[in-house]
Design a protein around this ligand. Structure first.
Ligand code: NAD
Length: 270
């Protein structure tokens, strides 16, 4: 019987899948029929995601992995292949944001952000490649940000790292197309995840701060992890056939707006 599930028979490795956007992608991919390796640091969160997937009869394993540790990343890929027999889809989603002025950074702080947000993608691709190339078609989806496209205040290293994520996605697309690998970048705007909440909580007035930021967004909403997960899914299957080396901005219109305050735009006519 034909199945309408987009990822039936596929195996996916997703980093930072115990929370936020990565969790959204892990659950959506499992619903679409993929066997999912939930890659993350936190065992309790990993168990929670596994239970959610298995409740809906999905297939998943949790692999504890610090993505800046090359040996751990290599082992996580090996565990994925040992559990599910192959690897078709690599989703590099794990990331952190760090808020301060550039001159306040130590060398170690700079390296931490760049290592988690960018170098981890090199490790993951390097060790996934021998498996990805064995499939007729395989997929790399890297999670960038609107900061891959524009500068954002007070996050100089994050912004640098996300610019690099976009260029790395293009480089992989170019050099590995001959192996049947497509590589693309999903660039989210303001998304309601633990990362966003942590950032807002630091302001003392989380809801006020969020409302002020959303005034800059034409749709005036924060995205859900599921919204972003749908775009990751798009690049991880043949719905996006023929597309490689590109970026998809998922931002509720954020980057379309030159205005600083979209709430000041004319109200809809009755
Ligand atoms: N939330 C947003 O508004 C937003 C906007 C643009 C881009 N993004 C990007 O989306 C991605 C996911 O962000 P999120 O908002 O879901 O964040 P989150 O903090 O809610 O989740 C991030 C996940 O990555 C994991 N992670 C972080 N460092 C890790 C490490 N060293 N080793 C292993 N796992 C690690 C965390 O444990 C967590 O599971 C990130 O790359 C982020 O930069 C988020």
């Amino acid at each position: 019987m034909a199945t309408s599930k987009r990822l039936q028979g596929q195996v996916a490795w997703i980093s930072g899948a115990t929370k936020g956007i990565g969790e959204g992608a892990a659950c959506l991919f499992a619903e679409e029929g993929a066997a999912v390796a939930v890659i993350g640091r936190d065992e309790a969160d990993g168990d929670r995601v596994l239970r959610a997937i298995r409740r809906r009869r999905g297939k998943a394993i949790f692999v504890r992995c610090e993505v800046t540790d090359e040996a751990a990343v290599r082992a996580s890929v090996q565990q994925t292949v040992a559990a599910f027999g192959k690897l078709d889809i690599l989703v590099n989603n794990a990331g952190i944001v760090d808020v301060q002025m550039l001159h306040e950074y130590s060398s170690e702080q700079w390296d931490r952000v760049m290592n988690i947000n960018v170098k981890s993608m090199f490790f993951a691709f390097k060790h996934a490649f021998p498996h990805l190339r064995q499939q007729r078609r395989s997929y790399v989806v890297n999670v960038g940000s609107i900061s891959s496209m524009v500068g954002q205040s007070m996050t100089p290293v994050y912004t640098t790292s996300k610019g690099a994520v976009l260029q790395l996605s293009k480089s992989i697309a170019l050099d590995y197309a001959r192996y049947g690998i497509r590589s693309n970048c999903v660039c989210p705007g303001i998304t309601d995840t633990p990362m966003l909440r942590q950032h807002l909580n630091a302001s003392g007035d989380p809801e006020g701060h969020l409302a002020a930021r959303l005034n800059r967004v034409p749709m005036n909403v924060a995205l859900t992890p599921r919204d972003v997960a749908r775009s990751i899914l798009y690049f991880a299957c043949e719905d996006s056939a023929g597309i490689t080396g590109t970026a998809l901005t998922v931002d509720a219109g954020y980057l379309a707006a030159a205005e600083w305050d979209c709430s000041a735009l004319p109200a809809p006519t009755p």
